[in-house]
Ligand binder design. Structure first.
Ligand SMILES: [Zn+2]
Length: 250
């Protein structure tokens, strides 16, 4: 009887230990929009040092010179994702009634231009951040993942925005929170957002533009970004590219 009790106790402890070791980790996507390739490439070592894989959404790919293409390839070789942000950075809402023209002018030309430069893109970020469910449904035959944009206009805690968190690997359309300096999101605020992703095992999606110290709208300082990466390392949150959403273990 004592042996049986001991056996059951050992089984219980084994199961208990296994359960407590299943820790939730959460994920985070850092994305960058437009064509600030020089500035992103300059930050290459900081991405690597912190184990951060970014997604770069490229607009106006037809205007990239050969040096910028080489820098993008170098970023791709570091396992960052190169993705699409349109041929002429058009607002899809201006084409709600003429989606065929939008696809022709903005989407297929961009996909082909990037393909000719060696980038097979599967993710797209809407310029100006908005779309409709109909436009999403059309674009999902060209891309696997679509990203929209959310702005912290109310200067509130960003962990309150459910739409910037992905909680299912079947998600194909998501929002991202802008973290450029003009949105004034403190590192404490960002830390709370990271904590939510870790606690709920969700993916937090963020985006920014140019990395520099100018303090101008749509820039993010190297210092802020480095501290954001340090927070990710502190919480051991998993750095993901957009295309990793479908394989994340929720
Ligand atoms: Zn843009």
């Amino acid at each position: 009887m004592a042996t049986r009790r001991c056996f059951l106790f050992c089984c219980f402890m084994l199961i208990f230990t296994a359960c407590t070791h299943v820790k939730q980790q959460g994920g985070i996507v850092f994305s960058f929009d437009d064509d600030y390739i020089d500035e992103w490439h300059e930050f290459k070592n900081v991405f690597s040092e912190h184990g951060i894989k970014a997604t770069f959404f490229i607009s106006n790919p037809q205007s990239l010179d050969s040096l910028k293409v080489l820098k993008l390839k170098d970023l791709q070789n570091d396992n960052h994702e190169i993705a699409c942000h349109g041929y002429n950075h058009l607002n899809c809402l201006d084409y709600s009634d003429s989606i065929d023209i939008y696809i022709k002018k903005e989407i297929t030309l961009a996909i082909n231009s990037l393909k000719n430069k060696g980038f097979n893109v599967v993710s797209f970020a809407y310029p100006y951040g908005e779309s409709t469910s109909y436009i999403d449904s059309v674009l999902l035959s060209y891309f696997t993942f679509l990203r929209k944009a959310t702005y912290n206009i109310h200067n509130t805690n960003i962990d309150a925005y459910d739409e910037i968190y992905v909680s299912s690997s079947s998600t194909r359309v998501c929002n991202a929170m802008g973290i450029d300096c003009n949105y004034a999101i403190s590192l404490e605020n960002l830390e709370k957002a990271i904590q939510r992703a870790v606690n709920n095992n969700e993916i937090l999606v963020l985006y920014a533009h140019k990395i520099n110290n100018s303090g101008e709208d749509y820039t993010i300082s190297p210092e802020y970004l480095k501290k954001a990466f340090q927070l990710c390392n502190k919480y051991k949150i998993q750095s993901l590219r957009m295309k990793d959403i479908s394989v994340f273990p929720f």
